[in-house]
Design a protein around this ligand. Structure first.
Ligand code: ACO
Length: 428
C-alpha cells in the first residue's frame, strides 16, 4: 500500500497521507483537504469518517472482534470484574492487586451523594423515564462539585472527578429505581464491591441484610463488562463532541446518556422486550412480525437486530446469549418471551432479507431478558446500559482531553435558498 492517496479534481492531483492503525486499519487523512482543494467530504451519519485516533477499543465488524486495550471481550467477560475492566479502560492496563484495591477503596469513599440531591429525586413525577432522570441527575452533579468546571484541572484533580462520577453513578441509578417503586433508598456500604453494592442498594431492604446471589453478581458483572465501551458510537461520539468544547465531565456524560436513550441505540434493550411482549400478546406469530419488518411501507423494525458496524455477528450477543441461558436456568426462570426471541432469531437468520442486509442479533437482543430475570423493570434497562458504558465514556473523554483534540465542528453542504429579498409581512 502506498503511503499517500491521490485525489484528482479536474486536472489537478493532490496527495493525501494514509494513516494505518495498529490493527492495520487504513484511513485517508483528509484534514488538509479543504485548505488544499476547497472541497470537503460528505458522509451523512459518519459511516466512513474516523473522528479520532484512539487507543481504547478495537472492533472489527466483519470478523465480529471486540477488544478493550488489546484484550478480547470474551476473555474479559469470563475472567475479570467490571471494576477491573473500568480500570483497564481508564488507565490503559489491567490493575495489579494493589492498584485494584486502591481503586476500589477510592470508589467506595465517594459513593455517597450530597444529601440535598435527594430532593431532586422527589421532584420527578413517579412515571418519569429513568433515562431523563439519570441525565438530569448526572449533569446536576456539576453543581455539587463545582471544581469539575475548571477545564484545566491537574491530572490528580481530574482523576478525583472521574472517581466521584463512577462511584456516585451506581448510587444514583439504584436510587432512581427505589424512588420509582416508592421504596426507601438504601445507602452505599463500603464493605461491598462495586457490583454487589449496586445490587444491594437496588434490591436490598432497610430493615434486614439480604444475601445477593453470586449468580446475579456474576451476570451483572458480565453485562456491565460487555457494555463498557464500543469505540466511536453515537453516545461516545456525543461525549467526545460535547467535551471538546472544554465542557465539564458531568455535562459531557449527561449528553452521552441522552444520546444513548434513543431506541436506535441503547434504548433498543427496552424496545426489544416491549416488542417481544407485543408479539406474545398478539399470539406469538413470529413470521407475521418478520414480514412486517421487511415491509418498507410499515415503520416496524425488528428491535435488537442490525448494527452499524457488526455485519457478521455481534460478539457481545454471543456471550450474552450463553449468559442468558445460564441465568434463567440457575434462577429457575421460565420466561415465555425467551421462546419468542429464539423463534424470531431463527426465522430472521434464515430469511434472505436479513441475510442479504447482514442483520444479526445485537447486544440488546438478549440483555433485556437477563435484566428482567434479575428483577429490573423494563424502563430501567437503558439506565443499566449507561452504568456499564460509563467507564468507556469517561476513558474516551479523558483520551480526547489528553490528545488536546480540537473542538468538534463538522461542515455541511448547504442546499437551501440563495439570496431572497425580504418581503414585508403585509405582502406575504
Ligand atoms: N429490522 C428491519 N430492517 C432493518 C433493521 C431492522 N432491525 N435494521 C436495518 N434494516 C434494514 C434497513 O431498512 C435497510 O434496508 P434497505 O437497504 O432495504 O433500505 C438496511 O437494513 C440497512 O439499514 P440501515 O438503517 O441503513 O443501517 P444502519 O447501519 O444505518 O442502522 C441500526 C443500524 C440503527 C442499528 C439499525 O439496524 C436498527 O435500527 N436496528 C434496530 C434498533 C437496534 O437494535 N438498535 C441497537 C443497536 S446496538 C446499540 O446501539 C447498542
Amino acid at each position: 500500500m502506498s503511503e499517500t492517496a491521490t485525489v484528482k479534481l479536474g486536472d489537478k492531483t493532490y496527495d493525501l497521507p494514509i494513516v494505518t492503525g495498529t490493527e492495520n486499519e487504513n484511513a485517508i487523512d483528509i484534514s488538509k483537504l479543504r485548505d488544499l482543494t476547497g472541497f470537503i467530504t460528505l458522509d451523512s451519519g459518519y459511516k466512513n469518517t474516523g473522528a479520532t485516533k484512539s487507543a481504547i477499543t478495537y472492533l472489527d465488524g466483519e470478523q465480529g472482534i471486540l477488544k478493550y486495550r488489546g484484550y478480547s471481550i470474551e476473555e474479559l467477560a469470563e475472567k475479570s470484574s467490571f471494576l477491573e475492566v473500568s480500570y483497564l479502560l481508564l488507565y490503559g492496563n489491567l490493575p495489579t492487586k494493589e492498584q485494584l484495591d486502591n481503586f476500589q477503596s477510592a470508589i467506595s469513599r465517594h459513593t455517597l451523594i450530597h444529601e440535598d440531591m435527594k430532593k431532586f429525586f422527589d421532584g420527578f413525577p413517579s412515571k418519569s423515564h429513568p433515562m431523563g432522570q439519570l441525565s438530569s441527575l448526572v449533569v446536576s452533579l456539576s453543581s455539587f462539585y463545582p471544581e469539575s468546571l475548571n477545564s484545566n484541572q491537574t491530572a490528580e484533580e481530574q482523576n478525583l472527578t472521574i472517581i466521584k462520577l463512577i462511584a456516585k453513578m451506581a448510587t444514583v441509578v439504584s436510587w432512581i429505581y427505589k424512588k420509582s417503586i416508592g421504596h426507601p433508598i438504601i445507602y452505599p456500604q463500603n464493605k461491598y464491591d462495586y457490583v454487589t453494592n449496586f445490587l444491594n442498594m437496588t434490591f436490598g431492604q432497610r430493615t434486614e441484610e439480604i444475601e445477593i446471589d453470586p449468580v446475579v453478581v456474576s451476570a451483572m458483572n458480565t453485562l456491565l463488562i460487555l457494555h463498557a465501551d464500543h469505540e466511536q458510537n453515537c453516545s461516545t461520539s456525543t461525549v467526545r463532541m460535547v467535551g471538546s468544547s472544554d465542557c465539564n465531565l458531568y455535562a459531557s456524560i449527561a449528553a452521552g446518556i441522552s444520546a444513548l436513550w434513543g431506541p436506535l441505540h441503547g434504548g433498543a434493550n427496552q424496545a426489544v422486550i416491549e416488542m417481544l411482549e407485543k408479539i406474545k400478546e398478539d399470539g406469538g406469530d413470529t413470521e407475521k412480525w418478520i414480514n412486517k419488518a421487511k415491509d418498507k411501507n410499515d415503520g416496524f423494525r425488528l428491535m435488537g437486530f442490525g448494527h452499524r458496524v457488526y455485519k457478521n455477528f455481534d460478539p457481545r450477543a454471543k456471550i450474552i446469549k450463553k449468559a442468558c441461558d445460564e441465568v434463567l436456568e440457575k434462577l429457575g426462570i421460565d420466561d415465555p418471551v425467551l421462546e419468542i426471541a429464539k423463534k424470531l432469531e431463527a426465522a430472521a437468520l434464515n430469511d434472505p432479507y436479513f441475510v442479504e442486509r447482514k442483520l444479526y442479533p445485537n447486544v440488546d437482543f438478549y440483555s433485556g431478558i437477563i435484566y428482567r430475570a434479575l428483577g429490573f423493570p423494563t424502563d430501567m434497562f437503558t439506565v443499566l446500559f449507561a452504568l456499564g458504558r460509563l467507564p468507556g465514556w469517561v476513558a474516551q473523554w479523558k483520551e480526547m482531553k489528553e490528545n488536546k483534540e480540537p473542538i468538534g465542528r463538522p461542515r455541511q453542504v448547504y442546499i437551501g435558498e440563495v439570496n431572497r429579498d425580504f418581503v414585508d409581512i403585509s405582502q406575504r
